[in-house]
Design a protein. Structure first.
Lengths: 289, 253
């Protein structure tokens, strides 16, 4: 009969199974702590320098307000700013959601059919290369509802990175794995679910990270173009308003909220990326060396 | 020995006019271990893909003796790279062929556990491929091929990228599986030594266009152990096969 199969694993492989954190010495953890704290320390010092420059040179607040004044103004106007902030968030995430749905759906169509891509891709490129500031006034004329017009503007900006990344991702599946799926007679649905979607995931998430920031930019830029008209207004309108009245600290306060929103979006998608790709994709795996 | 399948006048011409294979005739018996050996560009991998139905045949035919059976479900393929899905664990990777046939995780589990045990990876079911060494990844790839209990296993230079010690070990393991499970193996390689150690029969191919120039039987009984590599018979066969391969090189030189 056959000789028994030797179950011993290959030499050198066992070491790779130890989680990276077990490999480092005590010095590594202090290094990691410093790495985490350092950006905050530097940022804090920059704010402090700003505060000092303003105070020492007694720069008037209508030219450059000190960080403490900005923070105070933010606190005083929190009620009205929050309403605007929620509106900007609504546009940003609404547009992003539509960009994801539209971008992914169109990317799948492109991946399934070359002709669809050939016919529609030029339109996608036109949308991508036309500056949003240039077409926003037109969109605002064509569409009655300001909210819908702003959504469309932000969507146009956020849509392309999702589409182009997902298209590349769906095409990036390993050709041998494709052959394997063919050999085992996988249905198109099975191939999509078990092979194409997981292969596309790193690309899609990279697109999502870009689109997240862009949808916020799109929402703000479009609102700038729309002006402060209408009942429902976002942070861009607050900034415009404050600039007309030379309320510079209030401008800064609204700006801080825009920045915070951007940072939040960035962090959320970093988290999503880690959650989805953390266990397997090179981009999220920390080197054990 | 009864025939499992027969290639008759197989030809492969690519769209750009290149003739990759010309007039290849080859009968493969049940439970044979056949190696296709030849220089790069001799169409040995192409022949394998054609048998698997992954590459269309331009002329000629591939005839199966048992015409009633559904052959596609009897074939498994092991590529030169492990070709695992990096986003799922070893268990899910081995489950794939069964999953695509609609077998649930619960129903597939006994088979998957058994096949992982056979390749010595029972403790590694819930580990991601990236955590494994090259040799272990290849074992997972073999386990995935074995889980459907195929009648024909096609292997395309599966161990070419591995170090020699790992390759020797996987050679032995492959032979052990082949003897235990009674399937047919067609093994593509460019190594004379590997082909002599493993095969019952070595088909030597020449390039431009790809064709068979020698059919050398290896009449050494199984099980073959590492000591076979030290016998005069092994050396003699290696010389014979090398000379045939040399002729293959001269043919298009």
């Amino acid at each position: 009969m056959a000789e028994p199969f030797q179950p011993a694993p290959d030499p050198g492989a066992v070491g790779a199974l130890v989680p990276p954190s077990h490999l480092g010495g005590g010095g590594r953890t202090t290094g990691q702590t410093v790495q985490k704290i350092l950006p905050f320390v530097v940022f804090g010092m920059a704010l402090l320098a700003w505060e000092l420059v303003v105070r020492i040179n007694s720069i008037p607040h209508y030219i450059l307000p000190a960080p403490t004044l900005v923070l105070g103004t933010l606190w005083d106007n929190l009620g009205s700013l929050m309403v605007s902030w929620l509106y900007t968030m609504k546009i940003t995430f609404g547009a992003l959601l539509l960009a994801v749905v539209g971008g992914v759906a169109l990317a799948m169509l492109f991946a399934l059919n070359k002709w669809v891509e050939l016919c529609l891709f030029p339109f996608a490129i036109v949308l991508q290369v036309t500056p949003i500031v240039a077409i926003a006034p037109l969109i605002l004329i064509f569409i009655d509802s300001t909210t819908a017009a702003l959504l469309l503007c932000a969507w146009i900006v956020a849509f392309f990175p999702i589409l182009s990344n997902t298209v590349v991702g769906l095409r990036s599946a390993d050709h041998n794995l494709r052959d394997l799926f063919t050999l085992y007679r996988a249905s198109p649905w099975q191939t999509l679910r078990f092979l194409l979607v997981p292969s596309a995931m790193p690309y899609f998430i990279a697109g999502l990270k870009i689109a997240g920031g862009l949808s916020l930019i799109g929402a703000v830029v479009a609102e700038f173009t729309a002006g402060a008209a209408g009942k429902e207004t976002g942070l861009a309108s607050r900034i415009l308003e404050a600039s007309f009245r030379t309320e510079i600290p209030k401008m800064f306060a609204a700006l801080v909220l825009v920045s915070l929103t951007g940072i939040m979006i960035y962090l959320v998608f970093m988290g999503v990326s880690r959650l989805v790709l953390g266990k397997w994709h090179e981009s999220e795996i920390k080197s054990s060396r | 020995m009864s025939t499992l399948l027969e290639l008759r006048g197989i030809e492969k011409r690519y769209d750009n006019g290149t003739l990759a294979l010309a007039g290849v005739d080859l009968a493969v018996g049940r439970h044979e271990f056949v190696s296709l050996l030849g220089p790069s560009g001799c169409g040995k991998s192409t022949a394998l893909k054609m048998i698997a139905g992954l590459s269309p045949v331009t002329a000629g035919s591939i005839d199966w003796t048992d015409k009633s059976a559904d052959h596609a479900k009897d074939i498994s393929f092991v590529f030169q790279e492990p070709t695992l899905m990096p986003w799922t664990q070893v268990f899910e990777n081995v489950w794939l062929p069964l999953r695509l046939k609609g077998v649930s995780r619960q129903a597939a589990k006994p088979q998957i556990d058994a096949v992982l045990d056979k390749v010595g990876l029972a403790q590694f079911a819930h580990v991601y491929p990236r955590e494994l060494s090259g040799g272990m990844k290849m074992r997972v790839s073999i386990a995935r091929a074995m889980v459907t209990e195929p009648r024909l296993l096609l292997m395309d230079e599966p161990f070419a990228a591995l170090d020699e010690m790992t390759r020797f070990k996987l050679n032995n393991d492959t032979l052990a599986l082949w003897q235990a499970q009674q399937f047919t193996t067609i093994f593509v390689t460019h190594s004379v030594y590997e082909s002599v150690y493993l095969s019952k029969r070595i088909i030597v191919m020449a390039a431009r266009p790809g064709r068979i120039i020698a059919d050398i039987p290896v009449d050494e009984p199984y099980p073959r152990l590492d000591s076979f590599r030290n016998t005069p018979r092994y050396a003699e066969l290696c010389v014979k096969v090398s000379q045939a391969l040399q002729r293959a090189g001269d043919h298009h030189g």
